[in-house]
Write a new protein. Sequence first.
Lengths: 197, 571
Amino acid sequence: MVRRILVASVISIVLMTAFFGFLYPVVMTGFASVAFPSQAQGSLIHYHGLVVGSSLAAQEFSSPAAFHERPSATSPAYNAAGTTFSNLGPTNPALATLVKQNAHAVLKLEKPYNPGLTVHQIPVDAVVPSASGIDPEISLAYAQLQSHRVAAVRHLPLSTVQNLIKEKTDGRWLGLFGESGVNVLELNLALVQLGGK
Amino acid sequence: MGQGIAQILVFVAVLIAAAYPFGLYMARVFADSDGFLSGGRLRFLGAPERGFYRVIGEKTTKEQTWKEYLLHLLGFSFLFVLFLYLVLRIQGHLFLNPEHFKGVSDFISFNTASSFLTNTNWQFYAGESTMSYLSQMAGLAVQNFVSAAVGIAAMVALFRGFTRRSSGTVGNFWRDLYRALVYVLLPLALVAAVILIAVGVPQTFHSYATATTLQGGHQTIARGPVASQIAIKHIGTNGGGFYNSNSAVPFEGPGSFGGYFELFLELLIPFGAVFMFGRWIRGMRNALAIFAAMFTLFAVGVGVNFAAEQHGSAVLRQSGVNITHSGLQTGGNMTDKEIRFGTAESAVFTTGTTMTSTGAVIAGHDAMTPLGGAVPLTNIFLGEIIFGGVGSGMYGILFIIILAVFVAGLMVGRTPEYLGKKIEAKEVKIAALGALFPAVLILTLAAASIATKSGLASIFNPGAHGFTETLYAYTSQAGNNGSAFAGFGGTSFSSYLGGIDMLFGRFVPLIAALALAGSIGAKKLVPASAGTFRTDSGTFVVVLVGMILFTAGLMLFPALTLGPIVEGLMH
């Protein structure tokens, strides 16, 4: 009986690895390359013949003329080949310090363009890391807070910038499921395409 | 809050509406008669199935005793884990390795091979920076199919025990394995993979992409044959991600749609299996009672996690930033949460994934509030009972049911019976072993980890939270869940201890399930009388919920006080 079990097991392992390990993913890859070529390759965004990023991954923006992403816990920040949570527990003093630092940085950056801005108006997503470290979206609240700075630095009417925000907002799925957010890379690219500075 | 509750309710309604017919379908697939194959348009499926049996040298019609069934299952599993271990070790010398990753270290390979074999998918490694495409696709993803099918097979064998009379056999392992793979998992995986690709999950053999960012930097974007693996990762309640941050990564869980769709896949078979049981035993009311007990605990979990996370943590409130829900933001504790999921979707996903022992995540559990984080912790404590993993959840709850009818029988002074089968000393002993063994395993190994220097080295967060991480790690691995308070690090000590945790946590209850199948199947049917304790009533639902909380909950409650409860008081 032992021999029969061994033979049946070895043959099954070979067959299953061939079928589920090779045939299935290869067929899926073939299908994907024909039916959904862009998604299959990682939803890359091309601009002037260059790959500038992916609509599904955050990237570093530090210029005052651009919308900034949420904080990221990856190393370096927004590492799309090394995603990670921050894993900062709710009672970890490091979390309190991080939130304080981030809030301070946001205040310093945005206050000149948002007179009277206090810490109470900073949306929570602006100061805490995302789960993936490459969350491509920010909340509408954070986008609107930044819109005053971006409009001023780029010498654009505020309404133009806010219309772009609306355009680059992904709503809830079917208007019901999940939450809406603003895709930062797409928004910044739209600003670049507008021209100006 | 209202909007969040609305989306959760609609999701659950759609899920149940789909799971019911799927359960009936599964009951047909595994029926003893071959009516499923000889009937009409599906006849063509018979040829490859018979071909498979011929190639492996098995005769399908040959029924096996529970011991034979078990030996075939164990032999197959342990050869497969050996094969997987070797692939991981030597991946550096094999093909489909465009990022030139070296072989995986011995301890991580042991932990990972055990992890995928046992349907745990605990991950002490970061997928996108450790595993070659070959390892992911032909190693890990194959186990996602196989480990799920093995769980389903053991469940079906146990179901047969309840419907057969004076029978010495429980079915044929290879037949159950093949049917679970080809008629249950494969069609779902094909459909799911197509949908996932359409919404943005990569599926390519090209190496990682390099982007020149808008401000002139470089960004490497990890990709690969992701969608084919992620589809079965959820369907088989496996949970092991392609990326380190699992489905929180937009490539693995894109859009607000992604989280709900993947959760739907995770819950379809576990929910469906309850209805399958109802059809199998020709007693849907009994199944509905089980479903009601499970669902009550599920609903409480979702509610608590959602409320706690939306309320936010003390650190955030003290910092003064705006965590109030409004039209412009979700608010709440957004630490280690994604914008597109927010607090509601994250809550239902977190509860579902930990109940079904999937362990996929769309939000970091380690960073949840003490009360919010206690939900996944409690769920994995309860083990594979409330819905549970594919297959394993149903045999998990059947252990508890046997204990419940036993206790109820003691109270009224009658011999306990379930579905017309007398429950005697032997069955109670087996069920108690299956139900209580994981708790003993968890407490022993967590204590060993806390008491040793090598164990302490894995802890990331200081204080009581560090204890919670340790407890969570051994609970998650014993329960074959695989989710983590992910700060907990993969030292060689923790990898080996965890590997042992997973193997025993999987196979001891599985052996108990098959032993129970053999023992119950050999019994005669006793007709129900006026004195029979009804197992399809509201009373039984209450007794069952109580039993779940007593067996699993009370065993681990003392340990819970050392972790989240201390932390919550300090909070």
